[in-house]
Design a protein around this ligand. Structure first.
Ligand code: APR
Length: 267
């Protein structure tokens, strides 16, 4: 069967029309987002030329590095991953609107910035956790990242929980509630993955925004949509899915593209 797909870099009319019509008639869009939807809120992504990994290797965001160098880990994470000042942009706001209009079933995000919720989206799965809080690995006491910031200013071993005692200090480390490389998160459980796969199976199409789709298991999710269900990717960079079946790719900025589509939905 001839592949129905359109890879465009200049938002050619027919692919834009196809995407707009899919969204117009949708009742259960599953949206997969990554760091690229937050760059227009002033937050660096990871793999673009000026992304976070142009400052340090991926390894710095691994569980091993956290255990070996907790102080340096926190310094890097607070500097590059914690953005309480950032505000949602057009892309976040339009997704929240489409959820209110009954189009978006859920957003599964790799982002830890909380901007989807701040834009008003209710059904958000933070697959890689959140940078807002941290938890003692031993007793489970929860700390806000703002609390960790004040501990960093006043305490030598700010990353060690003083709410509990453990034989080995490592066990008392307070770890940000983000999923690191070599780590797992709440949604990585069998139940969590099953919930996500159910969303993918029920989707009437899948919208990918601002992710290179390179990090598993998140990057495998588009494969679980039903046969024939379209995949729309709005992403400046290429992804491994760009030339797949029933795939429409727009290599443009998310804010601009989403606004164009939304304007066509609400002339
Ligand atoms: N509009 C459209 N696309 C954009 C924009 C924008 N304004 N800004 C950036 N992009 C695209 C980039 O071209 C890139 O392809 O967003 C993509 C972001 O990809 P990555 O930087 O790899 O970020 P992401 O896919 O979210 O990374 C996944 O890797 O480092 C780990 O756990 C971390 O969750 C993260 C995961």
């Amino acid at each position: 069967m001839k592949k129905k797909s359109g890879v465009i870099s200049n938002m050619s009319a027919n692919t834009m029309d196809t995407c707009t019509n899919l969204i117009r008639n949708a009742k259960k869009i599953v949206v997969l987002t990554g760091a690229g939807i937050s760059t227009e809120s002033g937050i660096k992504d990871f793999r673009s030329k000026t992304g976070i990994y142009s400052l340090a290797p991926e390894y710095i965001l691994s569980l091993d590095y956290f255990y070996q160098h907790p102080k340096e880990f926190y310094q890097f994470a607070i500097e590059n991953l914690y953005h309480p000042e950032a505000v949602p942009n057009k892309g976040h706001e339009i997704l929240a609107k489409w959820e209110q209009e009954g189009k978006v079933a859920t957003i599964i995000t790799q982002n830890i910035d909380g901007l989807h919720q701040r834009a008003g989206s209710k059904n958000v799965i933070e697959f890689h956790g959140t940078m807002k809080t941290a938890t003692c690995l031993n007793c489970g006491k929860n700390y806000s990242t703002d609390e960790m910031l004040s501990r960093m200013e006043t305490m030598e071993d700010f990353y060690i929980c003083n709410n509990c005692i453990a034989n080995n200090k490592l066990e008392q480390y307070i770890k940000p509630d983000v999923v690191l490389f070599g780590d797992t998160g709440t949604w990585f459980s069998m139940a969590g993955i099953q919930t996500i796969l159910r969303y993918m199976q029920e989707a009437d199409f899948v919208l990918v925004l601002g992710t290179s789709l390179l990090v598993a298991p998140f990057s495998t999710f588009p494969q679980y949509r039903r046969q024939g269900v379209p995949l729309i990717i709005i992403n400046k960079g290429e992804t491994p899915y760009d030339f797949g079946q029933d795939t429409y790719v727009i290599h443009e900025s998310i804010g601009k593209t989403m606004e164009e589509i939304n304007n066509q939905l609400h002339p």
